[in-house]
Design a protein around this ligand. Structure first.
Ligand SMILES: [Zn+2]
Ligand SMILES: [Zn+2]
Length: 304
């Protein structure tokens, strides 16, 4: 199973001299060798270059795109994903159903004028939209995708990709599970963390955390939202993101030995990411990677 990072940022693309080395595109990962088809996780701006490559090399006909949630940084590359405009492809979208908001709505509601000149009716590919329920599995040729609900405003979904004897888990975007539940109603300002969690939220937080730990358990690699450092989290815990310590805690509990720090803050410069890489280079009993644009990790070569 080969995992290639096409976009590693959260929130907004940040091209420019400060992000030249680690990359400025928003969240998108491609996975090859997990079954017969191409898998794509999220459709941030990083998806554009995969599209160009797919048009050129004609290696895949079927593409499965899993969308964690509808925030801009996870869908904003889609209008420029060329295979959608080609009849040579069959493209499946998957996302969790939220209230009466379906997978199709995530895309069709912004893929139209005045936001963009084309609508989904202009796509030439054969497109299928699949609503999924976190906690249930999706089977595609040669690969199983399991999921769990994350702690994020308007909910996000973690995906575990299992094929043959390899698996990786994609966990973005999520807050940790020790302070508050973030869901439909956006918390507009930072709450006082010393009074959290509220008694009525504690059991649900514990359940959400154990579902995620179970999803990650014994997997070969976990890719985790680490947009925050500790000071960022203390300032904005209601934004729904984690720190490397939160990610490490989940990996330890789930018996995972390889972690990829992902969904970097747009404010994190190349220099800052170099320091993070160095800080975690010799972490005991855990191999920590920092996601860099166009980095490929091959689970058949990386070992525990
Ligand atoms: Zn995000
Ligand atoms: Zn988000």
């Amino acid at each position: 199973m080969k995992i290639t990072f096409r976009g590693v940022r959260g929130s907004i693309p940040v091209p420019g001299s400060l992000t030249r080395l680690w990359g400025g595109n928003t969240s998108c990962i491609s996975i090859e060798g997990a079954g017969e088809d191409l898998i794509i996780l999220d459709a941030g701006t990083g998806i554009r270059t995969i599209g160009t490559r797919l048009m050129d090399e004609k290696k895949y006909k079927n593409i499965h795109i899993f969308i964690t949630h509808a925030h801009w940084d996870h869908i904003q590359g889609l209008p420029f994903f060329e295979p959608l405009y080609s009849s040579n492809f069959t493209i499946h979208f998957y996302s969790a159903i939220r209230k009466d908001f379906h997978c199709r709505d995530i895309i069709s509601k912004v893929m139209k004028p005045p936001y963009f000149p084309y609508t989904i009716d202009d796509w030439k590919a054969v497109v299928h939209f699949h609503d999924i329920i976190p906690g249930t599995d999706v089977q595609i040729p040669g690969c199983r995708i399991s999921s769990a609900k994350l702690n994020h405003p308007w909910d996000a979904t973690a995906f575990r990709i299992t094929a043959a004897d390899k698996s990786c888990v994609y966990v973005t975007d999520t807050a940790p599970f020790d302070h508050m539940i973030l869901s439909w109603d956006f918390v507009g300002r930072a709450p006082d963390l010393t009074s959290m969690p509220l008694t009525d939220e504690a059991p649900d937080l514990a359940r959400m955390k154990s579902d995620l730990v179970n999803l990650c358990r014994n997997s070969d690699m976990v890719i985790y939202d680490t947009m925050f450092l500790d000071s960022d989290y203390n300032r904005n815990p209601h934004w729904g993101h984690s720190t490397p310590s939160h990610a490490i805690e989940i990996c330890k509990e789930a018996n995972v030995n390889q972690l990829v720090l992902f969904h970097h803050s747009p404010d994190r410069s190349d220099e800052a990411l170099d320091i993070i890489k160095k800080d975690f280079a010799a972490y005991p009993d855990l191999k920590v990677f920092v996601a860099r644009e166009l980095l490929t990790l091959d689970l058949n070569k990386e070992g525990k």
